[in-house]
Ligand binder design. Structure first.
Ligand code: ARG
Length: 396
């Protein structure tokens, strides 16, 4: 009999899938649940087995997620349409584990719970096929054509315990929380307070906090007085920044499937870390490095958003990013206050900023040489304008 490895979250869609694959598709199911946020692995494993899964694999991959995925996003200031990629960056990790366990458990199919309208189906399937082109990937939610009510009825009929996880469609991991669906879909509606779980409303925030972030080779390693692993540092910063009303992104987004969607994100640590990272890079990289980095950052983000994590071009972009990030070292002190992140001070051994050259108080910079420099520099513009003078006159 065919065997399907199912990426299982424990929610309604994937629970219905465990039964559906057995009953309607006549295939055996092995579930795989990965913790990248705060999933209760024991509970989810029990549920999968109770629904008839042959095996239920569970695994905590939080540190792997931080050290191999989020780290690269920090290097690249990973923003798509100004939002720190949080859902998109977890998909290649899930795809990689799914392929690994499918091979190990002799599954010739992998199933995931994405719909046919979003980006995640693309990310999963491109990544899985890039890693093993012989595996068949299926997305039952895309194929079965049930609406939510029909799904709930199917669940009731098959004794699937329904944990109603709220009215929105939420995807969550340590780097961010993405919320869509329900009342958010109608952009004329006001956003309701129940959307937010990580970020405090501004009316309830206090007098602010000053934080000191230390970066080593592009990665934050110290928050205030203590060194932390990246996972812990992110979790702590999510609390501090979220308590100060920082990290809400409410925007229109252009999906890979060609449609615009209205999405709300809570990403307090991500926006704070990326802001601090950008501040240090503006101090430690020169203009040419920054120009290229901006371009590479953009390519990195678009590629990750579009599910191309395993395309070979990513190796080249990541090589550039890790090379420039060697110089992104130092401390940034920020005030977090009522949704704002304000720079207090910066300090870096790799600083290219030179007080002696910039200050008007001393003569370390030969101002007379500027005259000769301008004489030459102006030529391109002046010569072209002179050549076109006749035309300009006619236009006037
Ligand atoms: N649109 C976002 C992205 O493609 C997030 C989608 C997350 N899913 C959700 N159910 N909120 O990265």
């Amino acid at each position: 009999m065919d065997k399907v490895l199912l990426l299982y979250s424990g929610g309604l869609d994937t629970s219905v899938m465990v039964k559906w694959i057995q009953n309607e598709m006549k295939k055996d199911v092995v579930t795989l649940t990965l913790n990248i946020g705060n999933s209760n692995l024991d509970e989810i494993k029990k549920k999968a087995l109770s629904l008839g899964a042959m095996d239920a694999i569970v695994m905590d991959v939080k540190n792997e997620f931080s050290n191999n995925y989020i780290k690269k996003e920090i290097y690249s200031d990973g923003l798509y349409e100004d939002y720190p990629l949080s859902t998109a960056i977890a998909r290649p990790l899930m795809a990689e584990k799914a392929v690994y366990f499918a091979e190990k458990y002799n599954c010739n199919f992998i199933a995931h719970g994405s719909t046919g309208k979003g980006n995640d189906q693309v990310r999963f399937e491109v990544s899985m096929k890039a890693l093993n082109d012989n595996i068949n990937v299926i997305a039952p939610v895309r194929d079965w054509n049930m609406n939510r009510l029909e799904e709930i009825n199917y669940a009731r009929k098959n004794n699937i315990k329904i944990s109603m996880n709220g009215k929105y469609s939420v995807d969550e991991n340590i780097w961010g929380r993405s919320v869509e669906g329900s009342s958010i879909e109608n952009i004329n509606n006001n956003i309701e307070d129940d959307v937010y779980e990580w970020v405090k409303p501004l009316e309830e925030t206090g007098n602010g906090d000053i934080i000191d972030l230390e970066f080593k080779n592009g990665i934050p390693v110290k928050l205030n007085d203590d060194y932390y692993d990246l996972t812990i540092l992110i979790e702590k910063l999510n609390k501090i920044a979220g308590n100060n009303g920082i990290g809400i992104i409410n925007h229109m987004e252009d999906r890979l499937t060609g449609i615009k969607s209205h999405e709300i994100y809570e990403v307090p640590a991500a926006v704070t870390i990326i802001k601090a990272h950008k501040i240090i890079e503006s101090l430690t990289l020169n203009k040419y490095e920054l120009d290229i980095k901006n371009y590479m950052d953009n390519q990195w983000s678009n590629s990750v958003y579009n599910g191309l994590w395993y395309d070979p071009v990513m190796d080249h972009i990541n090589a550039f990013e890790s090379s420039v990030n060697k110089y992104i070292n130092g401390n940034v002190k920020l005030k977090l206050y009522k949704g704002n992140i304000m720079l207090k001070s910066i300090n870096s051994d790799n600083s290219v900023y030179d007080y002696d050259k910039i200050s008007y108080d001393n003569s370390n910079f030969d101002q007379n040489s500027s005259k000769g420099f301008i004489d030459i520099f102006k030529n391109n513009t002046v010569y072209t304008n002179n050549a076109r003078k006749e035309k300009i006159k006619i236009l006037q």
